[in-house]
Design a protein around this ligand. Structure first.
Ligand code: GLY
Length: 131
């Protein structure tokens, strides 16, 4: 149970961010990110990538059909002072496969949030390859 208000806020914003990814909602995603966001993701092929263009590429593709449900399993939020937080969890995404059968994919993620001008922004992502 996460009861610190700032930690809960980061948790809620992170869930909103993951739902923006699941629904290909670029406007919502972009509004939650710092323009100089950095990331290591499987898609960056071992490179640290900075900026939003890398992420926008995927939002501009045709969104996957069918419903999706996103769960942060066993999230941990570590506050670093008043204006920074690290959140780590396993992201579970439920969707339908090509035959219409339900399936769940899983990735481990760490995201760093920073409060700038009283607004939390995602500033760094580190994600494992999907299993
Ligand atoms: N590549 C988008 C995200 O995981 O935030």
């Amino acid at each position: 149970m996460i009861d610190n208000p700032a930690a809960r806020e980061v948790l809620e914003l992170n869930q909103r961010l993951l739902e923006a990814i699941a629904t290909a909602d670029w406007s919502a995603y972009n509004s939650l990110c710092s323009s100089d966001l950095t990331c290591f993701e499987p898609e960056t092929r071992g490179h640290l990538v900075e900026g939003m263009a890398f992420h926008k590429f995927y939002f501009d593709l045709e969104p996957g059909a069918g419903p999706r449900n996103v769960t942060m399993a066993t999230p941990n939020v570590r506050l670093l002072g008043d204006d920074a937080a690290i959140i780590s969890y396993t992201r579970l995404v439920q969707r339908l496969d090509a035959d219409g059968a339900p399936m769940t994919s899983r990735v481990e993620e760490t995201r760093v949030w920073q409060r700038v001008d009283r607004s939390w922004k995602l500033v760094h992502i580190h994600r494992s390859p999907p299993v």
